[in-house]
Design a protein around this ligand. Sequence first.
Ligand SMILES: NC(=O)C1=CN([C@@H]2O[C@H](COP(=O)(O)OP(=O)(O)OC[C@H]3O[C@@H](n4cnc5c(N)ncnc54)[C@H](O)[C@@H]3O)[C@@H](O)[C@H]2O)[C@@H](O)CC1
Ligand SMILES: [K+]
Length: 504
Amino acid sequence: MNELLAPVEMSEADRLTIAAGTPGLTLMENAGAAVAEATVALAPGQRVTVVAGPGNNGGDGFVAARLLAERGYSVKVILVGEASRLKGDARAAFDRWRGPVEAAAPEALAACDVIVDALFGAGLDRPVEGLPRAMIEAINARGVPVVAVDLPSGINGATGAVMGAAVKATRTVTFFRRKPGHLLLPGRLHCGPVAVVDIGIPASVLASVQPKTFANGPALWGLHFPLPRIEGHKYSRGHVVVVSGGLSTTGAARLAARGALRAGAGLVTMASPREALAINAAGSLAVMVRPVDGALELAEFLTDHRRNAVVLGPGGGVGAAMRDQVLTALGSEAAVVLDADALTSFAGEPEPLFAAIRARSAAVVLTPHEGEFSRLFKLLYKDLKVKSKLEAARMAAAASGAVVLFKGPDTVVAAPDGRASVSDNAPPYLATAGSGDVLAGMIAGLLAQGQEFGMTGFEAASAAAWLHGEAAAAFGPGLIAEDLPEALPGVYRTLFAQVAPPPP
Ligand SMILES: NC(=O)C1=CN([C@@H]2O[C@H](COP(=O)(O)OP(=O)(O)OC[C@H]3O[C@@H](n4cnc5c(N)ncnc54)[C@H](O)[C@@H]3O)[C@@H](O)[C@H]2O)[C@@H](O)CC1
Ligand SMILES: [K+]
């Protein structure tokens, strides 16, 4: 159930189901019934207004109207569009509705206890203007609970964008699978809780639809998670190297090192400039500290292949020295996680970075936040005019050859092969200094352990983003970056119980 279907993929799922013998009207009846149930569950009072649009989203609304009226609710339909132009299943559903239909006007919403928003769903294909926009604004101004059919009207199902104006729903009922727009911002903030209902589309259609976008969670990567094994030892659990910045900027690397260790890496070493050795050593117990200055010494340090994952960037400084270290790390056989200054050091001239990534086979994960992303992938915004965070991350992964983790409240992880995950579990407390450093370390910690479990850069980055969100939520308000690694054991306790294979 973790697949996310863009509107075109969803209409393909509908089409395949209908071609296999289930009438479209049956799907619409099931959809409308689920909407009616959700409306009843809100216990809204007796007066229901269904705002219906010109397509099949409106059709679902007509079905819900009929079923709610049959249950004794006082229902009226406001039609945005002309009844004479309704077609197909929506026409049939409209013809079965015998109650009042009013022409659309904002004032028509005056007397109701709950609104069913059936104006636009998957078929929204342009900015909302004029009367539909006035209706959306009137719905939001009305102040009664709103049940959105499929998507809050005005939200783009593929991108989560507000197309001019969008309904703020109390809850949303969608069909078969969620859509990216339910998770991506700002769409997610318009949905309320999203119920996913079965309307008779069989999961087998997914074999043809071949979705490549997933809600992030254990269902996506649990099978590949490096669970600790009784016969394992610290050397079989990987060795992460975190490259530290100079004397005044060691904290970020220490946070990353702690993240890597708590994520389960067997060994973690900070590769520290000599000037910062003492402070790094004083700040670390289980984390080891070794003197490593500059790219040449780093190259030498990474010739030991047991050091199988490297983090570069947190507190590392921007400039030529960092670029050299990054290209050196990419020349090794270790998995590489590049964050913060490692990314900014290539802003404006990313080609040498991308070339080095494409020339290697071991995993590379880039973890930009929005500012770092737009600096590194300027071209996407300038020349290609990408419309969504999901599309941007995918294009960045394809352009760079790396797994790209595009941070934010709706973190997207995209792989060069087109797969992408979207996270919706990050609490607002995660927006705090240093939390990204911990995340970079956690990714490396999973990569270091994960090879024999088949945990690729995509799975490791997705898993780390999810764990990071869970750890923050488990700690709760007042979180600072130092708390994240310490909250991880509790998250692991629950996760391991969920994904561990049952004892033989
Ligand atoms: N067989 C199916 O395809 C099923 C579809 N279902 C429902 O059908 C919906 C999709 O139906 P449709 O593809 O007909 O699309 P919609 O009903 O979402 O909207 C399409 C209609 O809105 C118009 N429109 C789009 N953007 C507009 C804008 N900005 N301003 C004014 N008019 C605009 C289009 O011209 C078209 O008339 C789903 O969201 C779901 O609710 C469900 O009934 C399940 C079965
Ligand atoms: K809707």
